[in-house]
Structure formats: structure tokens, C-alpha cells
Design a protein around this ligand. Structure first.
Ligand SMILES: CCCCCCCCCCCCCC(=O)SCCNC(=O)CCNC(=O)[C@H](O)C(C)(C)COP(=O)(O)OP(=O)(O)OC[C@H]1O[C@@H](n2cnc3c(N)ncnc32)[C@H](O)[C@@H]1OP(=O)(O)O
Ligand SMILES: Cc1cc2nc3c(=O)[nH]c(=O)nc-3n(C[C@H](O)[C@H](O)[C@H](O)COP(=O)(O)OP(=O)(O)OC[C@H]3O[C@@H](n4cnc5c(N)ncnc54)[C@H](O)[C@@H]3O)c2cc1C
Length: 674
């Protein structure tokens, strides 16, 4: 389906895999896109946008110097932005996707092998204007931001603090005389650090600072701050700004630092939807919940689940296609070398990646729908659903990013040495996704936020109070005792909830026992955090298993029998994989027996064999074009070795037969003249 060029011969092994696939690949693509019409529109947009010659770099990006890389990324960002502005919106296709559309994000990957320096502008600056500004402020800033006159980022993290937002040190002190805020960085550790695009690209940013007025501090609030001249792009007086240097990934994102020396901004540059400063300096709090200024972070956490699902789908596509093309070793003496996809261990490494990409995408779609409900509630002044949603989005962000990063690395391992090549694109996909585990809330920190909610929910269950939907299972498993074992999919999901309940119960006991010894609650909590993180992980795993299973059943209700069968095989594989991964927990909290464990393992291995003939069809169904995959190993036609050689020849070191270092150093060394 993705054979967009359609001219070159497809590798014979891949062609045979496709001929033997048991289902119509397009049917699964339509399911994943949310309907055939969405697929048609997406493909039209891709055909329309991915033809430009700016996509082809003569020298691979990774062979450029940091400065050249950045300049190339800015060039492409501007051309991409212009394309979106001039043509794509006129095209009118985007609306059909609704707000959960990732088509722009998807095609952006064809333009940037790494990150666009403008990602934070669209990803965080614009959403924060929408979420944190009054209507009047929005009408001032949104048109300028959307027309790219104002280019911004989100500068919250400082050198000294990222996680602990209340510990941020940048101050914004209100001066009623001039009706301005004075921004100041009192220490080195108060310098803003990390914001994407801040180093060189943006002219504005959202700065999160401690608000002081009338001698009192009211905690952190967001402000819109101009940092560079719109004409010359020079940093404005009182601003110290620069780029933070090379990183594991994100090397085209010019992440930056920023310090203020008593820098003044108008009063109305405070984002005033949730709190206001009146002209005389009076502070007015409008946020009854107290954490509404954290809204952009919650939004991005929701987006990130989809983001990592897509990246895992890319990695799985590359690794599965490569594994169908690659032949290595022999199974029996004298036999031809098998496709490495025929090794059961290879299937074990890869099929869970396909299943997890589905699980995370369906969970992300469900999370988005839940989020839309919460946003509607908030618009009507109701914030009751926020604590549960914060707990849910925190753990899903933590687990999805962690799973995706580990599995993408597994895809790289499964491609042997060639997976280590930058041209495979697996290192870049990994470097991007491993950062998601840290940014927008570190893994451990977010799971502890979820744990906080779970412990409270447990206490509510004990008190016989009603529970919110995602923790209502606690009532069922409230009584001590092992969860009955049943090896059906539904039974495994129930057992996953039973494990989560057992772990939460164990945490409650640990904390209470520690408090009984005279420890404060905070110390008892602190000593129990290893268990609390594991409990939050178990809760989140149960939610993903549950949502994946039920959404896959719902989605495939009208599918052909073959599609329903393969989708069911994948969900069952996911559930068995995690049951086996957490077998110790099941033995502790459920009635699973030794024979059941043997049966689980056997079924898992049967599923690998059942999925094997459809593996290439399943990754083809992700329908990720070659331009977006950007991989020598994963292209649709399977010309792996030809592409590896073509890319190698583009290396600047191959531009001349002898490098000057030979004459400068090697030759003198060889001749003893160095
Ligand atoms: C266009 C598409 C783009 C997509 C791609 C994206 C790529 C973009 C690239 C992105 C690049 C990267 C960009 C970046 O990285 S931007 C920087 C991101 N930074 C972070 O994420 C920092 C993480 N830290 C925190 O969120 C807070 O400090 C935490 C939460 C840890 C504590 O906070 P705090 O110290 O203030 O809390 P507390 O202890 O006083 O109180 C805890 C109480 O507060 C409740 N609570 C806490 N938080 C929330 C909440 N949010 N909604 C509702 N409630 C919330 C909580 O339930 C608890 O309630 P209770 O138990 O007391 O009842
Ligand atoms: C690629 C990238 C892009 C980024 N972009 C931006 C951006 O655009 N804007 C922005 O504002 N920020 C950005 N950040 C910063 C990012 O949000 C923070 O790095 C992140 O929130 C983690 O905070 P930290 O660095 O302070 O880690 P720390 O909090 O110092 O974490 C270090 C370790 O301490 C542990 N730890 C910390 N607190 C606790 C606790 N309470 N309990 C248990 N363990 C704890 C953590 O689990 C971790 O293991 C970016 C970061 C990266 C990597």
C-alpha cells in the first residue's frame, strides 16, 4: 500500500511475505486512522506535501556540523511552515481529522530527521496561549503567533529545578508605579534551561516565574516575554540568552538558557486566565482548583502517548521489514539461511512492538476522548474530574514513554550491526523517544503522583465512599485474598487489576506500619516509594490492558473475520506477554498455578507462530511512507544493502580518496617524523 514510488523492484522475500498475508492490509490501516475517509485524506495530504525537493538532503543531516544542522533545520522549518500556511490549510483536509489529528506531526518527520526548532512554538507556546490567556489576551497574541510574527517557546525549567516547580527561583515582581513586572534571575541556578528553540530561534517565550506583589509571593505563574528584537533578532537589553550545547538527541532543537537582569514587561503580559494582578498590585486568584496553571503540561502528557505510539510503529516497521529481508545462520546443517524473522527469539523481540504500538495508540485515542470531557467540564467551571485525570495522564505518560523507549532499543538490537547505523534511523528515533521519559515530568515523579491518588482512593474504598471510574476496581478487590485465575483475555485483565490492588494494599500497610513505629507520614511515604512506583506501574498496566482489549474488540466489530482474528491475536499476545513478564506478581496476588504458567508460556509461543505470516502485513498497515521512515533498513521495497551503500557513499569522508590528515599526521608518524 505504501509503495509510493512504485517503480523499483521489491525485494523477493518481502514480496512473498505480502502475497502470503492473511488479511487486507488497508482494513487495518483504516482502523488505525479512525476510518477510511481519514486514510484517504491523510494520503492526499502526504502525496500533496511529500513531493518537494527540499526533502532530499545531498549530505545526510548527521554528517553536518552542529551549526549547519541547525541552519538546515531552520530552513526546512520555515519552508514547512510556509507550506502549511499557504497550501495545506487551503486544502481543507485537516478539519476532517479533528483535534486529535497527527497528520501534520506525521509529515513533519519527512522534513526533519531530528526536531524542528519550531516544535515548541506550535507544541507548547500556542497551546499555553489558548489555555492560560483571557479571551482579550488571546485575541492579541494568537493571530501573531499563528502567522509566525511572534515565535515562542515554553521556559519553565531552570538549571537548578525542573521537577519541583514550586522551587523555581526566577522572580516577577509587580511595580504599580509603572504597571510593569520586573523579571529577575537572582542566582545561576535560576537561569532558565532547556526550552526548545530558545537558544537561537524564538523572539518570545512563556516564562514561569514566582509572582511577587505588595511584598508577598503568590507562587509560580506564566508570563509572555519578548526576548529578541523583531527586526534585528538581537537579544533585548537585560536578557542573557544562548544555546545549551550538544545532547544525546534533539540536536536541531536549539534548546536554550535564559537569564533576566531586572527586565521589565507590561502588566498585561501576565497570562491572566487563572490569576490576575490589578493595576494597583492586588492579586486576584481565579483558579479554585489551584493547579490550573499546570494545564499545558497535562495537555502535552496526553499528546506524548500518541507521539511515542507513532515512533514505536516506525521502529517496528523498520525492524520487521529488515528481519524479513535479512538472512543469517542456518537452522539445520546445510539448509539455506533463514530470514531472521523466522527465529522465534526475533519474533519475541518484535511482535510485542507491533502489539504495543496498537495498545498505545488505542489507549491514546481513549485518553484524548477522556481529556476532551475534562476540558468541557472545566469550561463549565467543574474541576472534580481533574485529580483523577492528572493521575491517569501522569502514569500513562510515564509508562508509554518508558515502554516505547525500551522497545525501540529492542528494535535496534534486532537489526544487529546495521541497526547501529544512523541511516537506519533507529538511533534517532530512540534518542527522541528516550527524552520523552524525562521531559514533561520525569518517569518516577509522575508515577508517584499517580500513587498519591491511588492511596487516597484506597482510603476512600476503606471508608465505603464511591470511587471514580479508573479506580472503581479497588472496591471489588478490596478484601484481602488472591484474585481467582482465569486464562481468558478478560481473566488476565482482571488479574492485572487484582495485582494493582494487591500492591496498593501492600503500600498502605507499609506506610501505616512505618507510621506506627513513630515515623512521620512523609518519612513513611518516602521509605515506601519503591513499592509505590511499582503499584502505580501495575495500575497503569491494568488500565492499558483493559483499554486495549476492549477498544480492539469495539473497533473490529464490523471487520472481516481475518482482520478480527489477527487483531485478537495481537491483543492476546500483549496480555500474555505482560502476564509472563509479571509472573512473580501473579503468583503473589492471584490464584495462578504452576500448570497455568506453563499454559501461558505455551499459548504465547503459539501466538508468535500464528502472527509470523502476517508480521510484514501488520507493519505495512501502519502505512508509514518511506519519506517519513527515513530508513535504509525499513523502506517498502526492502533494498536494504543498496540503500546502505548509497548512504555510505554520501559521507563527506568519501568525497576524496585521501584525507589531508594522512599528510599532516599519519605519514609523519609512519616515517618517524612526528
Ligand atoms: C503539536 C504536537 C506536539 C506533540 C509532541 C510534544 C513534544 C513537545 C516537546 C516538549 C518538550 C518538553 C517541554 C517540558 O518539559 S516543559 C517542563 C515540564 N515540567 C514538568 O513536567 C515538571 C514536573 N513537575 C510537576 O508537574 C510538579 O512539580 C509536580 C506534579 C511533581 C508537583 O507539583 P506541586 O509541587 O505543585 O504539587 P504539590 O506537591 O504541591 O501538590 C500535589 C497536588 O497537586 C495535584 N497536581 C499536581 N499537578 C497537577 C496537575 N497537573 N493537574 C491537577 N492536579 C495536579 C496533585 O494531584 C496533588 O493533589 P493532592 O494529592 O494534594 O490532592
Ligand atoms: C530533550 C528535553 C527537552 C526539554 N524541553 C523543555 C522545554 O522546552 N521547556 C522546559 O521548561 N523544560 C524542558 N525540559 C526539561 C524537563 O522538563 C525536565 O528535565 C524534567 O521535567 C525533569 O526535571 P529535572 O531535569 O529537574 O530532573 P530532576 O528532578 O533533577 O530528576 C533527576 C532524578 O531525580 C529523581 N527525582 C526528582 N524528584 C524526585 C522526587 N520527588 N521523588 C523521587 N525522585 C525524584 C528523578 O526521578 C530523576 O531520577 C526538557 C528536557 C529534555 C531532556
Amino acid at each position: 500500500m505504501s509503495d509510493n514510488k512504485g517503480v523499483r523492484r521489491v525485494n523477493e522475500d518481502l514480496a512473498r511475505e505480502r502475497a502470503n498475508c492473511s488479511f487486507d492490509v488497508r482494513e487495518i490501516t483504516f482502523l488505525l486512522d479512525g476510518g477510511e475517509n481519514n486514510t484517504i485524506t491523510r494520503k492526499k495530504i502526504e502525496d500533496f506535501t511529500l513531493t518537494d525537493e527540499l526533502l532530499s538532503d545531498k549530505v545526510p543531516d548527521e554528517c553536518l556540523s552542529p551549526k549547519e544542522k541547525y541552519e538546515n533545520a531552520v530552513r526546512k522549518s520555515c519552508l514547512f511552515g510556509k507550506l502549511v500556511k499557504d497550501k495545506l490549510l487551503e486544502f481543507g483536509g485537516l478539519e476532517t481529522f479533528g483535534p486529535n489529528s497527527f497528520v501534520l506531526r506525521r509529515i513533519a518527520d519527512a522534513f526533519f530527521k531530528e526536531i524542528s526548532p519550531l516544535l515548541l512554538h506550535l507544541g507548547m507556546f500556542v497551546p499555553t496561549i489558548l489555555g492560560q490567556c483571557t479571551a482579550e489576551q488571546q485575541s492579541e497574541w494568537l493571530p501573531r503567533a499563528l502567522s509566525m510574527q511572534v515565535i515562542g517557546t515554553y521556559a519553565q525549567t531552570e538549571l537548578g529545578h525542573g521537577t519541583f516547580i514550586r522551587g523555581l527561583e526566577t522572580t516577577a515582581t509587580y511595580d504599580p508605579e509603572t504597571e510593569e513586572f520586573v523579571l529577575h534571575s537572582p542566582t545561576l541556578s535560576s537561569f532558565k534551561w532547556w526550552a526548545g528553540g530558545l537558544g537561537k530561534t524564538v523572539n518570545h517565550c512563556i516564562v514561569v516565574a514566582q509572582l511577587h506583589t505588595k511584598g508577598q509571593c503568590h507562587g509560580t505563574h506564566p508570563f509572555i516575554v519578548q526576548i529578541r528584537d523583531l527586526e534585528t533578532h538581537q537579544p533585548l537589553p537585560g536578557i542573557k540568552v544562548g544555546e545549551i550545547g550538544p545532547k544525546l538527541g534533539f540536536n536541531t532543537a536549539d534548546n536554550g538558557f535564559l537569564g533576566f537582569d531586572k527586565y521589565r514587561i507590561p502588566r498585561m503580559n501576565m497570562m491572566m486566565k487563572n490569576a490576575q494582578i490589578l493595576k494597583d498590585g492586588t492579586y486576584v486568584k481565579l483558579d479554585r482548583h489551584g493547579k490550573m496553571t499546570y494545564g499545558t503540561m497535562v495537555f502535552i502528557r496526553v499528546m506524548v502517548v500518541n507521539e511515542v505510539a507513532f515512533n514505536l510503529a516506525k521502529a517496528a516497521t523498520i525492524a520487521v521489514r529488515y528481519s524479513a529481508v535479512r538472512r543469517q545462520s542456518e537452522k539445520k546443517p546445510g539448509e539455506p539461511e533463514p530470514q531472521i524473522l523466522d527465529y522465534v527469539t526475533q519474533q519475541h523481540k518484535l511482535f510485542i512492538c507491533i502489539a504495543t504500538a496498537h495498545a498505545l495508540q488505542l489507549t491514546s485515542d481513549w485518553l484524548w476522548r477522556t481529556f476532551s470531557g475534562v476540558v468541557t467540564d472545566i469550561k463549565h467551571g467543574k474541576t472534580d474530574s481533574l485529580p483523577e485525570f492528572h493521575a491517569l495522564s501522569s502514569c500513562l505518560k510515564a509508562i508509554s514513554t518508558s515502554d516505547a523507549a525500551l522497545l525501540i532499543e529492542q528494535c535496534r538490537h534486532s537489526c544487529g550491526g546495521h541497526g547501529y547505523m544512523m541511516s537506519s534511523n533507529l538511533p534517532l528515533i530512540y534518542s527522541f523517544v528516550t527524552a520523552t521519559r524525562t521531559y514533561e515530568g520525569d518517569y518516577t515523579v509522575l508515577l508517584l503522583q499517580t500513587a498519591r491518588f491511588l492511596i487516597k482512593a484506597w482510603e476512600q474504598a476503606e471508608a465505603g465512599k464511591p470511587l471514580t471510574p479508573t479506580v472503581s476496581y479497588l472496591t471489588k478487590y478490596f478484601k484481602d485474598g488472591r484474585v481467582p485465575w482465569d486464562s481468558t483475555s478478560e481473566g488476565i485483565v482482571n488479574a492485572a487489576y487484582g495485582v494493582a490492588a494487591g500492591k496498593i494494599s501492600a503500600c498502605v500497610k507499609s506506610i501505616r506500619n512505618r507510621v506506627k513505629t513513630g515515623l512521620s507520614y512523609e518519612d513513611a511515604w518516602d521509605l515506601t516509594t519503591v513499592q509505590l512506583v511499582a503499584a502505580a506501574e501495575a495500575h497503569c498496566r491494568a488500565v492499558i490492558c483493559d483499554v486495549y482489549r476492549s477498544e480492539a474488540v469495539r473497533l473490529t466489530e464490523k471487520s472481516s473475520p481475518n482482520v478480527r482474528a489477527v487483531m485478537r491475536q495481537l491483543t492476546t499476545l500483549y496480555l500474555h506477554y505482560w502476564a509472563l513478564e509479571r509472573i512473580g506478581d501473579l503468583l503473589r496476588y492471584s490464584a495462578v498455578s504452576e500448570e497455568d504458567v506453563v499454559a501461558l508460556q505455551q499459548k504465547y509461543e503459539e501466538l508468535l507462530a500464528l502472527i509470523r505470516p502476517d508480521a510484514v502485513g501488520l507493519v505495512d498497515a501502519f502505512d508509514i511512507r518511506d519519506e517519513i521512515l527515513n530508513s535504509t533498513l525499513g523502506a517498502y521495497d526492502g533494498r536494504v544493502y543498496e540503500r546502505l551503500m548509497e548512504e555510505a557513499l554520501k559521507s563527506p569522508l568519501n568525497a576524496e580518496p585521501v584525507n589531508r590528515s594522512f599528510h599532516m599526521y599519519l605519514k609523519p608518524l609512519m616515517q618517524g617524523k612526528l
